[in-house]
Design a protein around this ligand. Structure first.
Ligand SMILES: [Zn+2]
Length: 182
């Protein structure tokens, strides 16, 4: 599990250093056998240790309390067979745009190329199903007023989609500011 831990630690540090999560915000998981390994409830992604990871699966009794988003991660893995890892973050420009519109359409080259259109799904009772359905077709989805959920072949790839999204959202934000001033 040490290389698994290293992946969580490196991606968690990058998420925190890039301002994509607050001190205790966000969560991550990787698919593991018939279950998953997920960060624990309240863990600090910038400072993860072995005791912050919990394996959840058939016949396993979780040793510590998993992230409150466990059910969302399980729904995503069940719906998107290509998902091997999930990163949930709070990219602030993307969150602001999610409150202002129905979807995010990157206009910079990288965002257009890697993400295309990024759906925004509402919070509420049907969140798990809506999120899982959207992530079947898209690499990253934003929950309105909350944050992003990215799926990848690895935590690193899910981090990539998260940082591409936030860069695109910031460019959209700057573009708006420019057009308001001209
Ligand atoms: Zn969150």
């Amino acid at each position: 599990m040490s290389s698994v831990l290293e992946g969580f630690q490196q991606v968690g540090r990058d998420l925190y250093a890039a301002g994509l999560v607050s001190s205790h915000g966000g969560n991550m998981s990787v698919r593991q056998g018939g279950g998953l390994i997920i960060t624990s409830h309240g863990s600090r992604l910038g400072h993860l240790a072995q005791g912050d990871l919990v394996e959840v699966g058939p016949g396993l009794e979780p040793s510590i309390e998993p992230s409150m988003d466990l059910a969302l991660h399980q729904a995503i893995y069940a719906a998107a067979s290509e998902a091997a890892a999930i990163v949930h973050a709070h990219p602030r420009h993307a969150i602001a745009l999610s409150l202002a519109g129905e979807e995010i359409r990157p206009q910079d080259l990288e965002g257009e190329h890697y993400l295309g259109v990024v759906p925004v799904v509402p919070r509420g009772e049907k969140l798990a199903q809506a999120l899982a359905d959207a992530l079947r077709r898209h690499r990253i989805v934003v929950v309105a007023g909350h944050g992003s959920y990215a799926r990848g072949e690895s935590l690193w790839q899910a981090l990539q989609w998260t940082s591409v999204l936030e860069e695109s959202a910031e460019v959209l934000w700057l573009l708006r500011a420019l057009s308001e001033n001209t």
